[in-house]
Write a protein that binds this ligand. Structure first.
Ligand code: CU
Ligand code: ZN
Length: 498
């Protein structure tokens, strides 16, 4: 007997194939029948009329920093309201695990993972603690280089000695044994930036026996983008793992257009049989911890000109404003303003938004067949966060698919569901298939659009009718059910290929 039956719905099954109309039923958390449903409804079950809506697999956010959000905001409203049913956490080298409960994990992660609490030390412990809060959506984890390195070496700028390297390798292996989907790096951040190619390679090698991933926020995304791509390809080739490049972009006006050359290098590697995938967020601004982008001895005014403050404990009144406007208002130079913010008490926790990406590059990225979508949202809900936290996926479906025609709807759904599930080892997810877990999104393709803006970033999208997580209705016409049916997932590899 079925718990849910979607009647006469337009089905996009996640494979990239054309849509077809039929019924879809759900029983005990899994997809039961597709096409003509023969079994009846269980007592208390629901029959859902489609009214012209499309049903697709729940979307997968391949680039999340939600490690702490699963503790602080288990309702995960900012993701669920986009149709996201699974996130990949632990990106950019920052992960909740491994952890030493006697140390401040927030400090080590630069605040990106804020919200973590509890006494866990490893993935099993983190998963148990996160699950106890009944999360609204599913989560799978990467183990992060910055986290492992600061646990073993503090903020040391030297290369690890043999013992330190072995200890770091043990941490990475332990996480992979417990089900992490790969090893992530963030080589612009401290302490990852102090590591050389060899160190990262020796750690990425730990993922090879698990057939897991190496994901990277590359060492450079601007003037030295192409060198950074080469380094990433080399690390993955030498360690024998699948490379996934995070938030692919060419940062800074002088580099706009370089994503074409960068993608060419990736296509060459793919042509030679090297497994490579990528993700992108559909915006022309990045966001992160402001102190990582400025050298206080030589403040780049060119960068400061395109920076806006997202959240700032030191000067709340700056939130949501461009630095140029604040500087003009206070009659000080941009350099003095940057120094004032970053040297104030708690000023190093400031999050900023920087408009550094070309719109044409966003479209070039989205047109690439191995490009997934990752929000890179930082779930700090104070101030004015980057709108990608609430808007990423509806923006792809509404703006880039419907309004711009950069990619077709079935292809966009494939890249945000089955491609991501196969790459990140989310078994029995990412497609509407009998027996697969019932993570489902019902949306209206003519209406779906992001409503989150830079001025009003905490606004949920339009056109998302219903989201089902592991067979339970989690969101229905803007109402979050609070059912808390999310799971903590463990990696299971699918063969790479199209
Ligand atoms: Cu990131
Ligand atoms: Zn990053």
């Amino acid at each position: 007997m079925n718990d849910l039956i979607f009647r006469q719905v337009r089905i996009l099954d996640g494979s990239g194939g054309a849509e077809f109309i039929g019924d879809v039923s759900v029983r005990e958390g899994r997809i039961n029948e597709i096409g003509a449903v023969t079994e009846g409804l269980a007592p208390g079950g629901r029959e859902i009329p489609a009214d012209g809506a499309v049903l697709c697999p729940g979307l997968i956010d391949t680039h999340a920093h939600d490690d702490g959000a699963f503790f602080r905001h288990p309702g995960m409203e900012f993701k669920l309201s986009q149709g996201v049913t699974t996130v990949v956490s632990g990106n950019c080298g920052f992960s909740a695990i491994p952890a030493d409960p006697t140390k401040d994990s927030v400090a080590a992660s630069g605040g990106i993972l804020a919200g973590l609490e509890g006494k866990f030390t490893d993935l099993d412990g983190y998963y148990a603690a996160a699950l106890a809060r009944q999360p609204a959506i599913n989560n799978i984890m990467l183990v992060g280089h910055n986290t492992v390195r600061s646990l073993v070496m503090g903020d040391s700028k030297s290369a690890p000695n043999d013992l330190q390297l072995q200890e770091m390798q043990r941490h990475v292996t332990h996480a992979l044994e417990q089900g992490a989907c790969g090893f992530s790096s963030g080589l612009i951040y401290r302490p990852g930036r102090y590591s050389d190619t060899a160190e990262v390679t020796e750690l990425a090698k730990m993922a090879a026996p698990f057939d897991a991933l190496y994901t990277t926020h590359m060492r450079n995304e601007g003037d030295r983008l192409l060198e950074a791509v080469d380094e990433s390809l080399q690390i993955a080739a030498d360690s024998g793992v699948h490379l996934h490049i995070s938030h692919h972009k060419a940062a800074g006006k002088g580099n706009w257009g370089k994503v074409r050359e960068s993608l060419q290098r990736i296509d060459t590697a793919l042509g030679q049989g090297q497994p490579v995938t990528l993700d992108v967020y559909p915006y022309t601004a990045g966001s992160g911890r402001m102190i990582e982008y400025f050298n206080l001895d030589r403040v780049s005014e060119e960068l400061a000109e395109v920076v806006r403050i997202a959240s700032c404990k030191a000067f709340r009144e700056y939130e949501g404003r461009m630095l140029v406007d604040i500087a003009a208002h206070e009659n000080i130079s941009l350099t003095d303003l940057v120094i004032k913010i970053l040297t104030a008490p708690l000023g190093d926790r400031t999050l900023c938004i920087h408009f550094i990406i070309d719109e044409a590059d966003v479209e070039t990225n989205l047109a690439h067949a191995d490009m997934m979508v990752g929000s890179d949202g930082i779930p700090d809900l104070r101030g004015k966060p980057h709108p990608r936290l609430f808007g990423t996926f509806p923006r792809v479906l509404g703006h880039y698919v419907r309004e711009r025609g950069v990619l077709s709807l079935p292809e966009a759904v494939r890249r945000m569901t089955s491609l991501s599930a196969k790459t990140f080892g989310l078994s029995e997810r990412g497609e509407i298939k009998p027996g697969f877990w019932a993570d489902l999104l019902m949306f209206r393709p003519d209406d779906v659009i992001d409503e989150a803006t830079y001025d009003e970033p905490k606004t949920e999208a339009s056109g998302i009718d219903m989201v089902v997580v592991n067979g339970q209705i989690a969101l229905e016409f803007g109402q979050h059910s609070g059912v808390g049916s999310g799971q903590m997932l463990r990696y299971r590899r699918h063969p790479f290929g199209h």
